[in-house]
Design a protein around this ligand. Structure first.
Ligand code: SF4
Length: 343
């Protein structure tokens, strides 16, 4: 880099919880924009990112939409503000681009709930089965997968498979249970994975919140560990079905603008509230569980993004053979039904 750096770059502190030490004020935002331009980079931010990261980004959305934007972007560098498997998916879909993540330690407890070796063993036990994986998986796991799915098209993906063929569904047990119930499929095995961050949104909490806010609508974004459990609970009758809207991110923002309700309970990661409040300032949006905050997502701090743009790190690499196999499973996902938005 040739230009003089903003003094704030010298204050970045690396700790076990991530990078800190930089205030996300207007000077920081201006420096981030300047460095992005200098690097010919576009900044993509997931909906669950901190508000300041969303506000400084070129695009905000869910992981699949962002991966598509990454593939179409004119810039040669993608700065992906999200968790690691999302940046990997962007790399899988745009192998010729440089993909950076501001902190490669930003993992995902759901993606980590199955390793490639565990999947190999599971496949060996069911050699004839087709493997369907939710997008919250590592590139290596995607490389061993026949079809990826989002929660918006998981039912369609499983329904598209020959009814006599066994299915291995992973890694989210809540989404798996939902798909099994809707398709009525008996020969479907479900991996017992979950997002530990959101194990806190349980039936009792959801029921209590719905009861104490009887006029509120309930928006469920089905793409995250927390929301897949809410999806499951809504299906099990824990909350009245007519009040529940299962929506992709884009659908949630449209519904926010159109709702007649004064209050909306939102069952997903709390970062989504920032976009909803911006879209419909007159509506009172409340989190079903305000502890539903993903600490991995929040590792992408102002300091981490600044360091990423200054140093060109952390770069995301996916081995070309793994990427090629993973790309096929992601492309099959896009071809079936409406994949909606990925997490
Ligand atoms: S909220 Fe859960 S599923 Fe989503 S990225 Fe974080 S750990 Fe993964």
């Amino acid at each position: 880099m040739t230009s003089t750096l903003w003094a704030g770059a010298g204050q970045i502190v690396d700790g076990p919880g991530g990078y800190t030490g930089v205030e996300a004020g207007p000077e920081w935002a201006a420096e981030v924009r300047r460095l992005a331009k200098e690097r010919n980079a576009t900044i993509l931010a997931h909906n669950y990112q901190l508000p300041e990261i969303q506000d400084v980004a070129d695009h905000v959305g869910d992981s699949l939409a962002l991966s598509r934007i990454a593939a179409e972007a004119e810039e040669g560098t993608i700065v992906f503000c999200g968790v690691h498997f999302m940046a990997e998916t962007a790399k899988i879909l745009s192998p010729e681009k440089t993909v950076l993540i501001p902190d490669e330690r930003a993992g995902c407890s759901l993606a980590d709930s199955i390793t490639a070796d565990q999947l190999r063993e599971w496949k060996a036990e069911h050699p004839e089965a087709l493997v369907v994986s939710y997008v919250n998986t590592t590139a290596e796991v995607k490389g061993l997968t026949d079809i990826c799915c989002t929660s918006s098209n998981a039912v369609d993906v499983v329904a598209s498979i020959d009814p006599d063929r066994e299915v291995l569904f992973l890694p989210d047990q809540f989404l798996g249970a939902h798909v099994k119930r809707v398709t009525g499929r008996e020969n479907m095995h479900i991996w017992a994975g979950e997002c530990h961050v959101h194990a806190g949104i349980n039936g009792d909490e959801l029921t209590a919140k719905a009861k104490s806010h009887p006029d509120a609508e309930l928006f469920v974004h089905p793409e995250c560990g927390c929301a897949t459990s809410a999806l499951y609970l809504a299906g099990e009758g824990f909350v009245p079905e007519d009040k529940v809207k299962i929506l992709s991110t884009g659908g949630m923002l449209d519904a926010a603008r159109e709702t007649g309700a004064k209050q909306v309970l939102v069952a997903t990661e709390v970062g989504m509230l920032h976009q909803l409040r911006k879209a419909a300032p007159g509506v009172d949006f409340q989190a079903v569980n305000d502890r539903a905050s993903c600490p991995y997502m929040k590792m992408i701090t102002a300091a981490a993004l600044l360091r990423c743009l200054v140093e060109g790190k952390d770069e995301v690499h996916v081995a070309p053979d793994v990427a090629e196999r993973a790309r096929k499973s992601v492309q099959r996902m896009i071809e079936i039904g409406n994949p909606g938005g990925g997490e």
